[in-house]
Design a binder for this molecule. Structure first.
Ligand SMILES: [Zn+2]
Ligand SMILES: [Zn+2]
Length: 140
């Protein structure tokens, strides 16, 4: 007898919506952000629901959590290695589409006896939006 080890989950409308919200938000939302949006559609949803569903989405490999300097946990529906840009003015976190830097992994691996499984690169600065605003504010 073949035992199906994969736990079957009941599809949940809320969970599907949470996934869509995270996927469609390009700025790596927090649980609070997801909750605020979701509550407009599901009036009875609780923060606990949101956390539970997010945990399942992570377990299922649909999203991942990432921590940035603001100390908050953010969620990302892009689960492959990619890089981030963080604006120091508006704190927005956006993806930077760059080829994965395999050389860095190789170099880091060569220099240590550690097994490198993953890496991340974060760029910091002023985003396009904030840059435009500050340019407008400056007197000519
Ligand atoms: Zn900005
Ligand atoms: Zn990302």
């Amino acid at each position: 007898m073949i035992i199906n080890k994969k736990r079957k989950r009941r599809k949940s409308r809320q969970r599907t919506r949470i996934y869509e919200l995270i996927r469609d938000c390009l700025e790596h939302p927090t649980a609070q952000w997801v909750y605020d949006r979701l509550r407009q559609e599901f009036h009875t949803v609780s923060m606990g629901n949101v956390y539970r569903n997010i945990k399942i989405l992570i377990e299922d490999g649909l999203i991942r959590s990432c921590e940035f300097d603001d100390g908050l946990v953010h969620y990302d529906a892009t689960i492959t290695t990619h890089y981030h840009f963080i604006c120091r003015q508006c704190d927005s976190i956006t993806d930077i589409s760059l080829p994965v830097q395999h050389e860095i992994i190789k170099t880091a691996q060569k220099k240590t006896n550690n097994i490198i499984e993953n890496h991340t690169i974060q760029f910091f600065g002023i985003c396009e939006k904030c840059n435009k605003i500050s340019k407008k504010k400056k007197p000519v």
